[in-house]
Design a protein around this ligand. Sequence first.
Ligand code: C5P
Length: 228
Amino acid sequence: MKKLTIAIDGHASTGKSSIAKELAVSLGYTYINSGSMYRAVTLYAVENNLMDLIDNNIDQFINLLNNNKIHFKFNKNLISEIFLNDRNIENEIKSLKVSQKVSVVAAIPKIRKEMVKLQRNIDRNKGIVMDGRDIGSVVFPDADLKLFLTASPEVRAKRRYNEMVDSGEKVEFHEVLENITYRDNLDSTRKDSPLIIQKDAVVIDNSFLSIEDQLLKISSLIKEKLNN
Ligand code: C5P
């Protein structure tokens, strides 16, 4: 059967990764969360006090970064989890500390170039679902299916806030809402690979849609692509 490349872009905290994971598992495709790669770079910079180096000498930062390995491993549920060298950083990268810096780091062209290289190196022959901000526009402009997810900022902040509280992080709702609107703004206005809606993308506003509703809609789009 034909194997598709599915690109899921959209605003912050629109549930892209939950949808992408479900799709990948049901199709037996590889799932890659590209945002976790930018988060991994940010975690590396924050933990090693390298945020100033990013501003002052980006080439030196890239050299240091390239001595490390950002990669994915599949867990027992066949979901990919991100590693920095031998360390599983799946939880650390989701902290507000990382969320507050990631969009500044992700706006830097030399950092994007490195991440896009890694993303394009992933084997697409087995089928892939990748979510992010520039997947349909830059990483895989030839993707078979492009989705753009959005929802109202308040709905997104509420979902994210609940997730963070459930995972034990101490945060205030207003901090989460501010972070979401701040990232959307930076991601949409940066010069390199801004978040845009591609002409051939299907836009899904999921403010009032359950994951099941969205999966139904997307599954019928996938069926169409597979039958073409
Ligand atoms: O997807 P997630 O919200 O975890 O992504 C974190 C941040 O990484 C985004 O706000 C954006 O700044 C950056 N990002 C990006 N390009 C991607 C994926 C994420 O610039 N393809």
